[in-house]
Design a protein around this ligand. Structure first.
Ligand SMILES: Cc1cn([C@@H]2O[C@H](COP(=O)(O)OP(=O)(O)OP(=O)(O)O)[C@@H](O)[C@H]2O)c(=O)[nH]c1=O
Length: 632
């Protein structure tokens, strides 16, 4: 999960980094951005003399790199990304532009030119927002550059050649890598270090903040930190803050904040309550006037301590359909919301304020209203509504997790404690209670719809003419597959009581793809024929014996050359990340989460080969494997 709310804006978007530079990938991965890497094929051959300044060359090259990828993905792969990021780093000395050396002699020429002098490193960046209208790609381009000045010591011939022979200079602009051995050549750096390494992260975040949070109409005073200029506020921006104007940062609090608490977070003025905008992350000590020498707040731990309160506030607001009311009727005062949902005014006001603090709602003099992400994800009819899954989390997972201690002590599921019934009996409820069934289907639909695109595009599936999504529930993934691969015939195979209830979840007529729904039990009944079988979020839920039955059946029905796509969260080899998967395991279903090598081993055991794993960086990863061809 991206911790930074500005980067968080990109979570639901298909972001592509149009760069082969491992440094750029690392810089962006390190801050939690999730993206695909599609290196650009654009040749860096623009005529340098046609640019008035070196940075113009870098910006134009970055733009061309990104545009090439956007066009290629749109035309060739039918996968228009939402955002493509391109970058180009150059070194400029004595009016000359230095790129990557072509050979050792070239590296020597470059480095000797830099020896004992100050030079500039420019990185041009292009952020391209893409959309497709009909078959046309439409782009909106934002670009910028960052300059950092670097001074080299006098370099002896010996040092120079030793450095060149290390091989480090060859894939780097100016023939050096400041982040590694090249750091030894550097006397000083003025400006953003990461800009030299290849990506000006700070400026990038500022640009995103400008794009996604245009400055409020009223004045907002920003504390100017020493190392991070006015952009420091991007760390605390949430959806609620874009329109909000009535908060000011307390200049006097800066010292307190930076010296004793979380240095990068702004502190809001507590003197005038009408202008206070508290944030759950604002250290309480500051507000109480804690001394500067107070111990540094372990903010991660504090977040974890408070995490359950935040989850429950979200669950309750969702359950009361607060976001639905505010979408249609907002802005509303607390009293009006209370009347709509039939709750107490004081309790509702506290809940609404908590939602504002969590960045889910906005509060103005007119009342409370939804943020963009509340409209998209939290309303029950939002485009990517997670409402179903949130209700499932509240009604089903929450009671299980309140019994976590017993689960850990006893090593077993806690359904009997949480619901007064055993897991098997609960399963019967699922069959008999329409309400429970629909709640469960809504939860599955939420996640399936949100992740469908990632799963459908993790691999190029265009070679498959027929696909069967086993346990495909409401068909969210099936519909997406047909959108992306219009020639594919897709069948959803699920239990009769599921198929009987799918109509509510189908897309509107004009978007409806011709999906076939077929009733059956994949453990017992014959599976329909297909070139590609899909198991999305199925394997983690079942014990080994059941998985044996299922994979044996799929393997038996698969013709040589046909394939199986498994969509799950793939754990790292230590099996401690991503946290979502590890935390999910705590609910103690009989199944388990697996690492990439475990999935590979499992699938190979059932005659699948060529196992490919795609870590998408989003909510679900994908594993594709093929049924062995018969030996000739
Ligand atoms: C000065 C300096 C540069 N670099 C690397 O130099 C490459 C520049 O080349 P580019 O053309 O901008 O990028 P690329 O590597 O060819 O990738 P692409 O974006 O696909 O063109 C990038 O890698 C940068 O990290 C360092 O790693 N450290 C440094 O101190």
């Amino acid at each position: 999960m991206a911790l930074n709310p500005v980067l968080g804006k990109l979570v639901s978007k298909r972001v592509v980094l149009a760069s082969a530079s491992p440094r750029r990938q690392e810089i962006l991965t390190n801050v939690g951005l999730r993206f695909e890497v599609v290196p650009s094929w654009f040749k860096e051959t623009l005529e340098k003399s046609s640019f008035a300044a070196p940075y113009e060359y870098a910006v134009e090259t970055a733009k061309q790199k990104a545009l090439e990828v956007a066009n290629r993905m749109h035309v060739k792969h039918l996968r228009t990304p939402d955002i493509v990021i391109g970058a180009d780093t150059i070194v400029s000395v004595d009016e000359q532009i230095l790129e990557k050396p072509v050979d050792k002699q070239d590296a020597y020429r470059m480095l000797s030119r830099l020896s004992g002098k100050e030079h500039s490193v420019f990185t041009g960046v292009a952020i391209i927002h893409c959309s497709s209208k009909g078959n046309q790609l439409e782009t909106e381009i934002t670009d910028f550059y960052e300059e950092t000045k670097v001074k080299f010591s006098d370099l002896s011939e010996e040092l120079l050649w030793e450095y060149i022979h290390s091989g480090e200079p060859m894939d780097k602009a100016g023939g050096y890598g400041i982040q590694a051995l090249g750091g030894m050549l550097v006397e000083y750096v003025h400006g953003d270090f990461l800009n030299v390494v290849g990506f000006p992260l700070n400026h990038f975040c500022k640009k995103l903040a400008e794009l996604y949070y245009p400055p409020p109409k009223h004045t907002v005073q920003h504390i100017k930190h020493d190392s991070i200029p006015s952009v420091d506020t991007f760390e605390n921006l949430s959806d609620g803050e874009s329109e909000s104007s009535n908060f000011t940062e307390h200049k006097g609090a800066k010292k307190l904040n930076s010296s004793s608490m979380c240095p990068s977070r702004p502190v809001y003025n507590c003197e005038n309550s009408s202008s206070v905008r508290t944030d759950s992350m604002v250290p309480l000590g500051n507000q109480n006037g804690a001394s500067e020498s107070a111990a540094k707040l372990p903010s991660k731990i504090v977040d974890l301590m408070d995490g359950f309160k935040a989850s429950k506030a979200l669950f309750v607001a969702s359950k009361l359909k607060v976001f639905d009311y505010l979408k249609t009727k907002g802005p509303l005062k607390a009293v009006d919301v209370a009347n709509e949902v039939g709750t107490s005014v004081c309790g509702t006001e506290r809940l609404l304020d908590a939602c504002v603090a969590l960045g889910l709602l906005e509060k103005t003099s007119q009342g409370y209203s939804n943020t963009d992400s509340a409209n998209t994800y939290l309303t029950s009819d939002g485009e990517y509504s997670l409402h179903g899954y949130i209700i499932h989390s509240n009604d089903h997972l929450w009671p299980l997790f309140t019994n976590l201690e017993s689960a850990v002590r006893e090593g077993s599921r806690q359904n009997h404690r949480a619901f007064g019934r055993k897991a098997e009996d609960l399963f019967k409820d699922y069959y008999h209670s329409q309400e429970v069934k629909q709640r469960f289907m809504a939860a599955m639909h939420s996640i399936a719809h949100l992740t469908a695109r990632d799963v459908a595009t993790a691999f190029d599936l265009s070679q498959f003419k027929s696909t069967c999504d086993l346990g495909g529930c409401t068909g969210a993934l099936a519909h997406e597959l047909i959108q992306i691969y219009p020639n594919m015939k897709v069948t959803v195979f699920d239990l009769p009581e599921v198929i009987a209830n799918i109509s509510y979840f189908q897309p509107s007529e004009q978007c409806a793809a011709p999906v076939t729904f077929l009733s059956g039990d994949f453990f017992k009944d014959n599976l329909p024929e297909a070139d590609l079988y899909i198991l999305s979020r199925i394997l983690h839920d079942w014990p080994d014996e059941r998985i044996h039955v299922l994979l044996s059946k799929i393997s038996a029905v698969c013709k040589p050359g046909s394939a199986l796509l498994v969509a799950e969260i793939v754990l790292d080899e230590q099996k401690t990340h991503p946290a979502r998967a590890v935390l999910q395991s705590l609910s103690m279903t009989e199944g388990k989460q697996r690492s990439g090598s475990e999935y590979k081993q499992l699938l190979e055991k059932y005659g699948f080969t060529d196992v490919q794993i795609k870590i998408t960086g989003t909510l679900l990863d994908a594993v594709l494997c093929f049924k062995k061809n018969l030996s000739p």
